[in-house]
Design a protein around this ligand. Structure first.
Ligand SMILES: Nc1ncnc2c1ncn2[C@@H]1O[C@H](COP(=O)(O)OP(=O)(O)OP(=O)(O)O)[C@@H](O)[C@H]1O
Length: 520
């Protein structure tokens, strides 16, 4: 789960107001020697830059890092370092598209809250699987059925504690009569993102996307009960292997594309594709998790088969810099096409052992992405087919990037199958994505129908001797104590931080009986 980077920025500015530097964005030149992370500021086109980042251990060994919290950002990002998601304020010019979120309009109308869903005491903790910015993900066992789930926890206090209650903000309020609106907007955004994961996952069903079975909340936390994906993160396997061969990469590319394409047809932009968010199931098939940065369009159809270009545009500066499309980082409006750029970065990472742009800090990475007009250098040793795929996805200019949603497959017209267009018009790629040479071994029909995921094995089949051991998860997490996270922590006084005690009303959810049966 992710919250506004503005908030992280604000907290940091309280700790170290003196060290804060501010640069205009995106026009400012970056100083590579400055050890800082980036953050979106309180207006549209600047970043606030802090000089008090957390020191990096200095090791070039593939390091595990897990957090979306700005305050936890490391300075250096060596190969196979865990990458952070960042969030920012809405970069919409003149406050256009400002959301007015209430719990009622964050919940899709077809989701009915079932407050009698489940509660914490229905589940016994087994071990920790991972850690996000705002809580742990714990492997739990249903005390009634002994079924295993991945329980993602989220602290309510993190969402609710608004800058309005800080001294610094009082200052802001004095200086800026619009202060209240900004803060309300910040809280709205945090709430919106909190609900996004629960809402999106409860509405979609795809073999390459994690399933949500229950969600509920108590006085202090929110809980998402997810399908347990026991094969661990692609990050973990990539770390083990260093790089992956082209056949393996093409397989994962096909499965991820299938999931992204599905999300896009449902009006969802994923926005945080990276090896940490790709899990492998028991059979070695890829499953996307972490929808905390995903965004669903208001009208349920960001893109459609009929009119794939009919998209809503987004503005939030959000994602993980190494995998983030340039248009997002420069604060421009963007569409679901940003996910295809991220796919290019992920493929590159699998093939080369690091994403296309790396650096000592996010500022350096973003600077490289923005200044490199031609796109990243593709290593000579890759096959021509793979080079072609990377070049088509990693185009900096969105108009030149392969519009995969539009050119997904051959167009079916009057029972005749014709390729959408074989030749390229100018530099714009108009050939069908699924026909690309790297996918020559992929049976798209089987994959899109979910049959392939049921009947075949993936290229890396995780070794699992006992599901409860979570053998494919890093011992850094599995050895962690879950006691303090599992116990009901002290309830927060919601009324002290919010005028509305019903902020989380609508969060609880229970999947239908048939859905639960289908997956157990
Ligand atoms: N369904 C699942 N099955 C198994 N492990 C999971 C599952 N969901 C999450 N995890 C593990 O927990 C980790 C953290 O989960 P997730 O990324 O959803 O949390 P987050 O708080 O959003 O993290 P971040 O702050 O990095 O975005 C994952 O990388 C993965 O290792």
């Amino acid at each position: 789960m992710i919250f506004s980077l503005d908030e992280e920025l604000h907290r940091m500015s309280l700790d170290d107001k003196k060290n804060e530097m501010r640069i205009d964005y995106p026009t400012a030149l970056y100083d590579d020697n400055d050890s800082s992370a980036i953050a979106d500021g309180d207006d549209n086109n600047h970043l606030s830059v802090h000089s008090n980042s957390i020191p990096f251990s200095g090791s070039t060994h593939k390091m595990r890092r897990r957090s979306s919290a700005y305050s936890k950002f490391p300075i250096l990002t060596p190969p196979h370092t865990r990458r952070f998601s960042i969030t920012g304020s809405d970069g919409t010019p003149n406050g256009m598209h400002k959301l007015s979120i209430t719990p009622q309009n964050m919940i899709s109308p077809n989701i009915i809250e079932n407050e009698v869903s489940r509660n914490l005491h229905d589940f016994k903790p087994v071990r920790v699987l991972g850690q996000g910015a705002y809580g742990k993900v714990i492997l739990v066992k249903d005390t009634n059925t002994s079924k295993l789930y991945a329980m993602k926890q989220l602290q309510k206090a993190e969402i609710l504690i608004s800058p309005t209650i800080t001294d610094s903000n009082k200052e802001n309020e004095e200086n800026n009569s619009a202060g209240n609106n900004d803060n309300d907007n910040g809280l709205s955004k945090r709430l919106e993102r909190t609900f996004a994961e629960r809402s999106i996952l409860s509405e979609i069903e795809h073999p390459n996307i994690v399933k949500l079975f229950y969600s509920f909340h108590d006085n202090s936390k929110l809980y998402l009960l997810l399908q347990y994906i026991p094969g661990g993160e692609l990050f973990y396997h990539l770390k083990e292997h260093g790089t992956l061969d082209e056949t393996t990469v093409s397989f994962y590319a096909a499965e991820i594309s299938c999931a992204l394409r599905f999300l896009h047809t449902k009006g969802v932009v994923y926005r945080d594709l990276k090896p940490e968010n790709c899990l492998l199931n028991q059979n070695g098939h890829l499953v996307l998790t972490d929808f905390g940065l995903s965004k669903k369009s208001a009208n349920d159809s960001m893109t459609s088969e009929e009119d794939p270009e009919n998209v809503n545009t987004l503005h939030s500066i959000i994602g993980t810099p190494e995998y983030c499309a340039p248009e997002i980082l420069s604060g421009q409006a963007y569409t679901q096409n940003c996910d295809w750029y991220s796919l290019g970065c992920l493929l590159y990472d699998m093939l080369v052992g690091k994403p296309p742009y790396t650096g000592n800090n996010h500022k350096v990475i973003i600077s490289k992405i923005q200044q490199n007009k031609q796109g990243p250098k593709i290593p000579f040793y890759l096959s021509e087919g793979m080079k072609d795929m990377l070049n088509a996805l990693l185009k900096k200019e969105t108009t030149k990037r392969w519009n995969v949603d539009k050119y997904w497959a051959k167009i079916e017209t009057n029972n005749k199958t014709t390729k959408s267009k074989k030749k390229k018009s100018g530099s714009i790629r108009t050939s069908p994505f699924t026909d690309h040479f790297i996918f020559r071994k992929i049976d798209w029909k089987l994959l899109e129908s979910g049959q392939s995921q049921k009947t075949t094995l993936g290229p890396i089949v995780p070794i699992i001797t006992n599901l409860e051991l979570a053998e494919n998860f890093d011992t850094e997490f599995t050895s962690m104590s879950y006691e303090e996270n599992y116990a009901d922590s002290k309830p927060i006084n919601i009324s002290s931080v919010s005028k509305s005690p019903d902020m989380f009303k609508g969060f609880s959810y229970k999947a239908s009986g048939s859905y639960l049966e289908k997956y157990f």
